[in-house]
Write a protein that binds this ligand. Structure first.
Ligand code: URA
Ligand code: SF4
Length: 186
């Protein structure tokens, strides 16, 4: 993982290299049972070089705390590792260029559960036809050997509070599966 991180930090394979301050590689427990995947760094993430540390990240922290899950236990990463200008959605070219790094991280971590935060993570890890409003809250069998669930991105919850209740229902399922898995591997 350290070798991968060192390589990615000097990556210039896609146009997002141009505007970034820091590459946001991802962080957390390299042996995490639970991995959360977002879209890409925002302004604060770009400034700090860490995932989910801005307003959406603070909401994610509160959700994890409400699930009794410590942020240090899990691993958090994004589809693209450099900030898209103005927080626009990454282009297909950017996402597909960056994706092999994320896939390598998943292969190294071998999580039992993957949470896809929002439409971009869903699109590039599951496929183009899956709609977040339709598939959220349902377990997807075997994504890189893990069970996976898509839910709303925390930034979407900030924009539209009516999504908070369904997202919390999703996270209760995620919490239950995570604690069951922890009990199983102990
Ligand atoms: N939004 C994301 O998708 N990822 C981050 O790291 C922060 C905000
Ligand atoms: Fe490289 Fe990914 Fe950054 Fe593009 S977004 S420059 S592929 S690390």
């Amino acid at each position: 993982m350290e070798e991968l991180e060192a390589a990615v930090k000097s990556c210039r394979k896609c146009p997002l290299a141009e505007g970034r301050t820091h590459v946001v590689f991802g962080e957390g427990n390299p042996h995490a049972l639970l991995m959360l995947i977002g879209e890409g760094p925002g302004a604060e993430e770009d400034r700090q070089g860490r995932p989910f540390v801005g307003p959406a990240g603070q909401l994610l922290d509160r959700i994890l705390a409400a699930c009794n899950i410590k942020r240090e236990e899990v691993y958090i990463a994004n589809i693209v590792k450099c900030r898209p200008p103005g927080n626009r959605v990454p282009t297909r070219e950017e996402a597909e260029t960056c994706l092999p790094y994320l896939i390598r991280q998943i292969e190294l971590i071998k999580p039992g559960i993957i949470v896809l935060l929002g439409a971009t993570a869903l699109q590039y890890l599951v496929g183009g036809n899956a709609r977040i409003t339709k598939v959220r809250g349902q377990w997807i069998d075997s994504l890189f050997g893990a069970k996976a669930m898509a839910t709303y991105h925390p930034a979407a919850l900030l924009r539209d509070p009516s999504k908070k209740r369904p997202a919390w229902e999703d996270f209760q399922k995620i919490r239950d599966a995570y604690f069951a898995l922890k009990a199983q591997v102990r």
